[in-house]
Ligand binder design. Structure first.
Ligand code: GLU
Length: 454
């Protein structure tokens, strides 16, 4: 392996790019760029049951929108391709058989029913299920080859030693070590011939000459086992940095109905949980649709669990981030996603735009924008000048700013927008005021046509 830094972002195409994934992609990109290396996109689609149609294209689109240009990837090419795992399907069994020959793996013919019965029996005894290596001990390699030639379905399993320890060194968590007898003999090649993540990530990181791997802590406990595979092949493992999860403050909800579960006093029960699309948390795409500027999102996401050293500055462009990013500033504890803080960043970014940039970023005019009364405000503060309408027209897609404060450089400012979460085909309502005259002069407008950012 050369000394070149090569990192990869390896999403599974299961839906929109969630914010934890975006942060992993961003840090991975920044690390590569900071070290003058290459950033690679690999699509991990071997779990075909979880694949969502259209998700691969969404990943390409989101990466482009986020400004995370990859040097190699499925739609840009590169000398280590293909970069979609199902297109590499023929090469994994070859490596699995190499391991079988070396004793690091074996063929298993147990049926799903047998495995399920063993699992239930273990659970009934209060034990954690582990495959009992029946096929390793009872089926010789010659017999295995005969049965496979006769068409019998089989999987290939990793042969984890029953004694000793497996370990690896993480850049953030240090030395991680587990007893081998706690590890299960994972399936490496499934009955459909496709590899599991456990195997494909090792083979591909090796073949793609990946030097550094950043990914979520959900893989921290499996990494020692992956290291056993590297050892069995005689390959040099990449350097790992596992990232703590992104959390959100929420309330306890019923899994089915999604309604809050109240305590005995009828109060909602606050919890902190992992950001998750299952609970309706926003994806990167959702935030763009709501009018958050991508620069503000990236800036905020960069600071979600990382802080630059030697500066209190909070505003960073992508170029700034490439310059100052330092993995030693990554925090080990989980970070909390705070919509208010993101909204504040967004408002600051909109404030800082020059009028030209604002026109450029915010696009054309709002085709329909007429004052509508909200009785209280409009009656209490009648007679809002007509110029206010021009203000809206000049600013374009003002309707999708979340609580932003764009200064039009003239006499009027839009202070806040309400209703930004309404569906796109519904009118949104805005409240304006004239700063010179204080907060007393309110009027309410409704914008009927809402267009997302390009
Ligand atoms: N495909 C894995 C996921 O989406 C990536 C894990 C990794 O980066 O190794 O979680």
């Amino acid at each position: 392996m050369s000394d070149e830094v090569r990192t990869r972002f390896a999403p599974s195409p299961t839906g929109y790019l969630h914010l934890g994934g975006l942060r992993t992609a961003l840090y991975t990109y920044l690390f590569a760029k900071k070290h003058g290396g290459k950033f690679i996109l690999r699509i991990e689609d071997t779990d075909q049951e979880r694949e969502v149609p259209g998700a691969v294209d969404l990943i390409y689109k989101s990466m482009r929108q986020a400004g995370l240009a990859y040097d190699e990837g499925p739609d840009v090419g590169g000398e280590y391709g293909p970069y979609i795992q199902t297109q590499r399907r023929d090469l994994y069994p070859k490596f699995a058989w190499e391991l079988v020959e070396k004793g690091g793996a074996y063929c298993c013919f147990c049926t799903k029913e047998e495995i399920e019965a063993d699992r239930k029996a273990a659970e009934a005894k209060g034990e954690t299920y582990k495959y009992n290596k029946k096929c390793l001990h009872n089926v010789s390699l010659e017999e295995a080859k005969r049965r496979i030639a006769a068409g019998e379905p089989y999987v290939i399993r990793q042969n984890v030693p029953t004694t000793g320890k497996a370990s690896f060194d993480d850049m953030l968590y240090g030395h991680v070590e587990v007893d081998c007898d706690t590890l299960d003999d994972n399936v490496l090649i499934k009955a459909d011939g496709l590899p599991t993540y456990n195997f494909a990530n090792v083979v591909d990181d090796h073949l793609m000459a990946i030097s550094h791997v950043m990914r979520g802590t959900e893989y921290l406990s499996s990494a020692p086992k992956y290291n056993l595979l590297y050892e069995a092949f005689g390959w040099k493992p990449p350097i790992y940095l596992h990232l703590p999860p992104v959390m959100i403050e929420s309330v306890l909800r019923d899994k089915e109905t999604k309604q809050p579960i109240l305590d005995e006093n009828g109060n909602e029960q606050p919890i902190v949980r992992k950001l998750s699309k299952r609970w309706g948390d926003p994806s990167f795409e959702d935030l763009l649709q709501k009018g958050y500027l991508k620069e503000a999102i990236i800036n905020y996401i960069a600071l979600l669990g990382w802080a630059p050293k030697d500066t209190n500055e909070e505003f960073f462009s992508m170029d700034d981030l490439i310059r100052i990013f330092d993995e030693n500033g990554i925090n080990k504890s989980p970070s909390i996603f705070d919509t208010n803080k993101l909204t504040w960043f967004n408002a600051e970014y909109i404030r800082r735009l020059t009028p030209e940039d604002r026109r450029f970023i915010l696009g054309g005019e709002i085709p329909e924008c007429a004052p509508v009364g909200i009785p209280d405000a409009a009656q209490a503060h009648p007679g809002v000048p007509a110029q206010t309408l021009h203000l809206f027209a000049g600013l374009g897609r003002v309707e999708i700013y979340p609580a932003a404060l764009p200064d039009n450089g003239d006499r009027y400012r839009i202070d806040f927008a309400i209703g930004v979460d309404q569906p796109q085909n519904r009118p949104l309502t805005f409240v304006c005021y004239r700063p010179a005259e204080g907060f007393g002069h309110f009027t309410v407008f409704s914008a009927h046509k809402i267009r997302p950012f390009p």
